[in-house]
Design a protein around this ligand. Structure first.
Ligand code: FES
Length: 241
């Protein structure tokens, strides 16, 4: 079927502002938006820029806005969009480097700040540290995060406050403190007990709505808030005794 791909183009080195460019393109059956973009670049316009790697919704590189919906281009099927015109824009809230490629640095800086790895002094066992299924169930949805940045770029708080860590980083922190193998001290994770951390969230649930992997970061932020409050109360009572 013949489609118009309306793609936001911007080269900061030569364009004054972003503008849309149309490409007509005949797709094959079961073609993803990423495959269509690759063909357009190979056959019509080699200057078109976008990012991708795994092509199977694992690396998180190809996040973009497709007909108004945040998605991974390798996962969005052209036919399922059911529209003759497919509008493709880069992720908002992040600076455009070129066309659909944005600067992900602020997003990854926020993720690094929460130290996204298991803190453990235990010796690593030959078969690794296994955890029970029921413990895994509690963190499984957060493990599904592929760090595509869709939640971060859709977040209204991120758009007005550059100090806010954002939904992906905070949900990832929750994933680690819920992990029975993690031994990070309270002094480490209570650093998010701030306006730039868990209390910055407006709880509009935009992050839950846009995540292409069905993670619910806002739920993690809420749970983290509860955990912080409970821990603080416990510490006050311990201190009074
Ligand atoms: Fe890796 Fe799309 S290319 S998630």
């Amino acid at each position: 079927m013949e489609y118009i791909f309306r793609i936001l183009r911007y080269d900061p080195l030569k364009d004054e502002r972003p503008s849309f460019q149309d490409y007509s393109f005949r797709t094959e059956e079961k073609m993803s938006v990423l495959e269509a973009l690759m063909d357009i670049r190979n056959e019509q316009d080699s200057t078109l820029s976008f990012r991708y790697s795994c092509r199977e919704a694992i690396c998180g590189s190809c996040g973009m806005v497709i007909n108004g919906k945040f998605d991974l281009a390798c996962r969005a099927m052209v036919d399922s969009l059911k529209a003759p015109v497919i509008v493709i824009e880069p992720l908002p809230n992040l600076e455009i480097q070129k066309d659909l490629a944005v600067n992900m640095e602020p997003f990854f800086d926020a993720v690094h700040k929460i130290e996204p790895y298991v803190f453990s002094k235990k010796q690593v066992l030959e078969k690794g540290h296994r955890i029970e299924d029921k413990e895994m169930d509690k963190i499984f949805q957060y493990i599904n995060c592929v760090l595509c940045g869709c939640c971060y770029s859709a977040c209204p708080v991120v758009s007005r406050d550059e100090k806010y860590l954002g939904p992906a980083a905070l949900a990832k922190l929750y994933r680690f403190i819920q992990d029975p193998r993690d031994e990070r001290p309270f002094s480490n994770w209570s650093r998010v007990n701030t306006e730039g951390g868990v209390w910055g969230c407006d709880t509009v649930f935009k992050c839950n709505e846009v995540c292409p992997k069905e993670v619910r970061p806002a739920d993690g932020i809420e749970a983290l808030r509860r955990k912080l409050v409970v821990e603080k109360i416990k510490r006050i009572f311990r201190f009074k005794r």
